[in-house]
Design a protein around this ligand. Structure first.
Ligand code: NIG
Ligand code: FE
Length: 398
């Protein structure tokens, strides 16, 4: 049964060639079609897109009542596999205690103590929470297990909910290895990585990630991060990096040099980092995570300057129990507009087209593409930032 969706006041296609008026630069970037319609095939693919007046017939019709439709958000950075929370750590931060990654050990202990079923239920609830806010694709990292068995368990559970899983055994050096850092790097790059790719790269994890942060005693320095990323690449995984979150450091340049798909946070950047990101355009995306700056009281990076320099900028939630326990992409969009200087169109593009590219996906709304869409209780995408905090976005259920 094909389905014709009508009553779409504004459709964001992410396909500049498809836009109608293209008078506004934002409209052109988003490929906006006003008074649009869409036909979705039985198997969930887009069959036809265009102005409603030209729409073909279909087996069924649904009128969306003048709402805006946008590509479903692609949350390309999350840490959903954890138990417990760290609300007390958050409260302490709001009165001045800085974030240093030390609290990750608290989540590691809670996660190891949880049963498979408990953990599975927690992750499934978080993915459902995301969907209810318009996210249709999510990347999920391990990283709160930090033993071979607990990392594999985290990835297996994540894999039940998304194909976009990332091995983050190198989140921090766990307490039991605090005096043997090199032995932990050997464990991550040896037995853990071997087990992750035992059934072929991409089966349990498609990427490897590392928290490259010389400003945290718990995370990994540039040399350690290079060792971990090179091992992951040799094992057939694509690369993602947590870089330059707490201060200036080697993470961004390392990610660009090694051809990572994404370097995430990018909070503290110098001119060399920006040059490296510009040179890596088309390969390495800079994923900004404004919920983290919000929740750690950090300064926000200058997203405007990055886009003006020509960097590929994505937006994601980083939903995790420490630095940002928010699964809301509309919240990230609102922060990016208010605090990072992105236009509403650039922010939506960053949280759909560019974040998708960092996962090797195409999220244009075009014939042949999966109909992964979000509907807004509002007539235009501008309302995502304008109506901050109001739950206007949800995944479109077909
Ligand atoms: O992306 N920075 C490293 N990892 C997470 C935070 C993890 C935590 O504090 O639990 C992040 O910010
Ligand atoms: Fe993260």
């Amino acid at each position: 049964m094909s389905l014709l969706l009508t009553g779409i006041a504004e459709l964001t296609t992410n396909d500049p060639a498809r836009g109608d008026g293209q008078t506004d630069p934002g409209d052109a970037l988003l490929g906006i079609v006003r008074d649009a319609a869409l036909v979705v095939s039985d198997d969930g693919d887009v069959e036809w897109v265009g102005p409603e007046r030209d729409a073909p017939d279909a087996d069924e019709r649904r009128d969306l009542g003048g709402r805006a439709v946008v590509p479903g958000f692609v949350d390309s950075h999350s840490h959903l596999v954890f138990a417990g929370d760290r609300s007390a750590e958050f409260a302490a931060r709001m009165t001045g205690t800085p974030y240093d990654g030390g609290g990750i050990a608290v989540s590691v202990a809670a996660t190891r103590a949880a049963s498979d079923d408990e953990l599975r239920a927690l992750v499934a609830a978080r993915v459902a929470e995301m969907r209810a806010q318009g996210t249709t694709t999510v990347e999920i990292k391990s990283g709160y297990g930090l033993t071979l068995d607990d990392e594999l368990r985290s990835l297996r559970i994540a894999r039940e909910l998304t194909p976009h899983t990332t091995f983050l055994g190198a989140h921090v050096v766990p307490r039991e290895y605090a005096t043997q850092r090199a032995a932990y790097v050997d464990l991550v790059t040896g037995p853990m990585l071997d087990a992750v790719v035992a059934d072929g790269p991409g089966t349990l994890a498609e990427s490897i990630d590392v928290f490259c942060e010389p400003h945290s005693a718990h995370a990994f320095d540039g040399d350690e991060a290079r060792t971990i990323l090179e091992a992951g690449r040799a094992a057939g995984l694509s690369l993602r990096v947590h870089g330059n979150q707490l201060g200036h450091g080697p993470g961004v340049r390392l990610a660009c040099e090694l051809g990572a798909r994404s370097v995430d946070h990018c909070t503290f950047l110098d001119a060399d980092d920006v040059d490296a990101l510009v040179a890596a355009r088309g390969t390495t995306v800079a994923t900004l995570l404004p919920g983290v700056e919000f929740s750690t009281r950090s300064p926000y990076p200058d997203g405007r300057a990055l886009i003006d320099a020509g960097v590929d900028v994505a937006l994601a939630s980083d939903c995790n129990p420490g630095t940002c326990y928010s699964s809301s992409i509309p919240f990230a969009i609102a922060l990016a507009v208010r605090e990072m200087g992105l236009t509403p169109a650039e922010a939506l593009h960053a949280a759909t087209a560019v974040s998708a590219r960092s996962l090797g996906l195409d999220r244009r709304v075009a014939p042949g593409q999966p109909a992964e869409l979000a509907v807004l209780d509002a007539p235009s995408h501008l309302h995502l930032a304008y109506r901050a905090g109001v739950p206007i976005a949800r995944a479109l259920e077909l």
